[in-house]
Structure formats: C-alpha cells, structure tokens
Design a protein around this ligand. Structure first.
Ligand code: APR
Length: 228
C-alpha cells in the first residue's frame, strides 16, 4: 500500500468555523498570539491564558468536521494515511481519521506545569487551583512558541516514508512544523491546498509540487478525484 502524509494547519478547520491565526492580522480571536501562546504569556497572566483555552475548548463542542476532514478519511481506503496536524482541535479524529499526530498539542487535554508527562483528558474548564496528582497547577496541553515539539521526529519519519505529501491550510511559516515537508523523499509527489498558498524555502526547492489554490473542502475533493 502506498503511503500518504497529510500536513494540516488552521485553514483545514476554517470552514468548520474555527478562526485561523494569521488571516486576522496576527490577532487570534482578538489576542496577540504571544499573549496567549507563549510560556511568558502564561507566566504573566495565567488566568487570561487558561480562560482563552477554556473558550477554545468550549467552541470545539459547537463545531463539526467539514467536508475536507471527511474527505481525507476516504484516502484510507487506498493508502496508508497519517495526518500530521498543527491543529489542536479534534476534528480529524471526529471525522474518522485513524492515525492523527498532533504537533502542537490538543485542546481536550491538560498537563502538569511541573511534570509534563502527567497529561489528562479534560473536557471542562481548567482554572487556577486545578492541580495534577502531585499538587502542581495544570496548564493547557498545547505547544507554545519557544517550546519543544515532542512529536516532531515522529512526524518527520512519517513524511520521510511517504509517496504523497499533502499540505492543507497552513501559512507554512511556523517552524519547525513548516519544515517537515523537507523530509519528503526524492520522487514523492507534493500537493499544497490553500486559497492563499505561501511558498516557503522548503517548497521553493521542490519540482514535484502541485499547488491547488482552493479552500480545503473544494481542494480535498479535487485531490480525491486525482488519487482515488
Ligand atoms: N481552506 C484552506 N486553507 C485556508 C482556508 C480554507 N477554507 N482559509 C484560510 N486558509 C489558509 C490561509 O490562506 C493560511 O495560509 O490557512 C492558512 C492559515 O495560516 P495560519 O493562520 O498561519 O495557521 P497555521 O499555519 O496552521 O499556523 C501554524 O501557528 O500560532 C501557531 O501553533 C499555532 O499551529 C499554529 C501555527
């Protein structure tokens, strides 16, 4: 069975009603990205950061997978498919994709601020005073700017074994995630679906790149027509 790695970003979930980061001029739901997505921001105002992710978590229960998420599930009929997403929502899983790797964490989990390996499923709000079993404050299980990306090497290995790499809805400028496509083996075919594609350094070096300048729902259908 041939292998596909899908690299998805915020644009994948845009048509489900979840706002992207950079389409709104660097503001994320009205906040400076660094204010709510950095360890410094959390140190400065933990309440604001916890509240911000509480709202994002609540929003998850009001949205559903779109035709793009659902379409990608069909790839599994013919390909060994892994989704490597920068998204912290669970829409790929809810659509039915079997192998999903979250590079930047997951909204429906929290972890200990002191013991990062203590990770908990969490569907309610997380507040100051909520503690891990060892008595330390819990925080969102999200990879913030300046933090390590624990799943990076697994993602790179997946891309490195793939016959097709499909990039969907990412501005390709947040590293190291944006560099993963550089691990695509010689001879693999790369598709990039995005209404406003941005060709970064790695993509600029690829002769086997096909850009589909469409929204995820439309672009995924075009891709399925080509591959299935
Ligand atoms: N379908 C597909 N792509 C879309 C759609 C859509 N309907 N709407 C917008 N887009 C595209 C935009 O053109 C843009 O290229 O989605 C991309 C969104 O880019 P960003 O907002 O920068 O999101 P992303 O690349 O996922 O951000 C990466 O930045 O703040 C961090 O950790 C956060 O994972 C996030 C990372």
């Amino acid at each position: 069975m041939k292998k596909i790695a899908v690299l998805s970003g915020a644009g994948m979930s845009a048509e489900s009603g979840i706002k992207t980061f950079r389409d709104a001029g660097g503001l994320w739901e009205g906040h400076d990205v660094m204010e709510v997505a950095s360890p410094q921001g959390f140190e400065k105002n933990p309440e604001l950061v916890l509240d911000f992710y509480n709202q994002r978590r609540k929003q998850l229960f009001e949205v559903k997978p779109n035709a793009g998420h659902l379409g990608l599930v069909q790839l599994e009929e013919k390909f060994n498919t892994t989704i490597i997403t920068q998204n912290v929502d669970d829409l790929h899983e809810r659509a039915g994709s079997s192998n999903v790797l979250h590079l930047h964490g997951q909204l429906r989990k929290v972890r200990s601020t002191q013991f990062p390996e203590l990770i908990y499923d969490w569907d309610k709000d997380c507040s100051l005073g909520d503690q891990c079993e060892k008595g330390f404050q819990l925080r969102p299980h999200i990879v913030w700017f300046g933090e390590e990306v624990p799943e990076l090497m697994r993602g790179a290995a997946e891309v490195n074994q793939s016959d097709y790499v499909i990039i969907i809805g990412t501005s390709m400028n947040v590293y190291p995630a944006a560099g993963l496509v550089g691990f695509a083996p010689e001879g693999s075919k790369i598709f990039y679906i995005d209404p406003n594609p941005q060709i970064n350094y790695e993509l600029s070096r690829m002769s086997n790149l096909e850009v589909i300048s469409e929204k995820a729902t439309v672009g995924v259908q075009m891709l399925l027509d080509k591959l299935l």
